[in-house]
Design a binder for this molecule. Structure first.
Ligand SMILES: [Zn+2]
Ligand SMILES: [Zn+2]
Length: 356
């Protein structure tokens, strides 16, 4: 067996350092995944640049959007060997009270690669077999995608998928997605695939142009429209399309203070506000608007592994496109890629691909 390598974060802002390790000692319920690709998420940048603490002590291998092939397994997980898989970004224990009641995203024993355990910026990763999402090889081939492209399903696709399911988007709904970058673009595509008519808001015209080709019926640049004008523009669009002037479903994916304030300002009667993006910033809102509008606000942390196959199916069937929104880079350029993502130099989500 060739040497396995992983890139270790040793401290905030310190160069990420290469190390060899031996992954081939999995516990009975674990598998060894030879990594095809691992997406770079803003959560990784939060750990690396902003001092957000990982649960596992440093040094730690970051990366929680992992796809690959199982090359070895413990005694209880042998059936996974040779299969292509997506590793869930949040792996619940499956046996605690929350898990048994179907609330696995709040499992207190959950493991997140690149946070609780070593993650995917590596040649191999050792993870529990529980929750792995198998990839149908024939469908993958027919899709024109490769296994590395599917890495972004763990998190960038499944987190908004869970948000869309939780909000109950269906045909006839007017859906507003605020922030159509890495995660929000998929929120827009998934909501569209569920029958919603999507209005996309961003401050970046390139991102708006990209999502206009992939499911958004209306695009609005928040730089050129104030809060009230945004709402008025969407009201006019709803009227023109014969959609409801109430019960809008709003996905806040920008993870910015301005974006969260704008999203809250779009509430109407019976509205649903889904908070998908994250920021440490606080916003000032009149929370009583939820009461006055009989509206609701929902959050979601990751996505239960049992929803992954349906999200994967949306991608493999072409109803949700990933290829135009990812770009692959060699894993050994991790330090340069982090810098580029940090400075907003990449238009698409970076997927780091190890050499095998
Ligand atoms: Zn993430
Ligand atoms: Zn649990």
């Amino acid at each position: 067996m060739s040497a396995a390598i992983r890139w270790m974060m040793t401290g905030a802002g310190q160069p990420i350092a290469l190390a060899e390790f031996d992954p081939f000692q999995p516990a009975a319920n674990e598998v060894v995944v030879e990594i095809a690709g691992c997406g770079v998420c803003h959560t990784d940048l939060g750990y690396y640049y902003d001092g957000v603490r990982t649960k596992h002590d440093l040094p730690l291998t970051l990366g929680h959007e992992i796809s690959g092939r199982v090359v070895a397994a413990g005694t209880d997980a042998r059936s996974w060997v040779d299969r292509g898989v997506i590793v869930p970004a949040v792996i619940p224990c499956g046996s605690c009270d929350a898990c048994r009641r179907g609330k696995s995203t709040i499992c207190p024993n959950q493991k997140m690669p690149g946070n609780d355990i070593h993650g995917g910026f590596a040649s191999h990763v050792v993870v529990p077999a529980r929750g792995l999402c198998p990839v149908d090889e024939a469908k993958l081939k027919a899709s024109g995608l490769d296994l590395a492209d599917l890495s972004v399903i763990a998190d960038a696709v499944t987190t908004p998928y869970q948000a869309v399911m939780q909000a109950g988007v269906q045909a006839g709904d007017l859906v507003i997605v605020n922030g159509v970058g890495g995660v929000g673009g998929y929120a827009a595509q998934i909501a569209h695939a569920c029958g919603g008519t999507v209005a996309a808001i961003d401050v970046n015209d390139d991102k708006l142009a990209a999502i206009a080709e992939s499911g958004a019926a209306l695009t609005l640049n928040a730089r050129s429209l104030a809060g009230r004008e945004l709402k008025a523009a969407i009201q006019a669009f709803a009227k023109q399309r014969g959609l409801r002037a109430t019960e809008w479903i709003i996905f806040e994916c920008s993870g910015t203070r301005a974006g969260q304030e704008a999203a809250f300002g779009l509430l109407n009667h019976g509205a649903t506000l889904c908070v998908v993006g994250f920021t440490m910033d606080k916003v000032e809102v009149r929370l009583s608007n939820l009461m006055a509008f009989h509206a609701r606000a929902l959050g979601n942390w990751g996505c239960p592994p049992e929803l992954y196959p349906a999200a994967l199916d949306l991608v493999l069937s072409g109803r949700v496109k990933v290829a135009p929104f990812v770009e692959k880079h060699p894993l050994d350029e991790i330090n340069q890629v982090f810098e580029a993502v940090h400075h907003g130099a990449l238009k698409r989500r970076a997927v780091l691909v190890p050499a095998h």
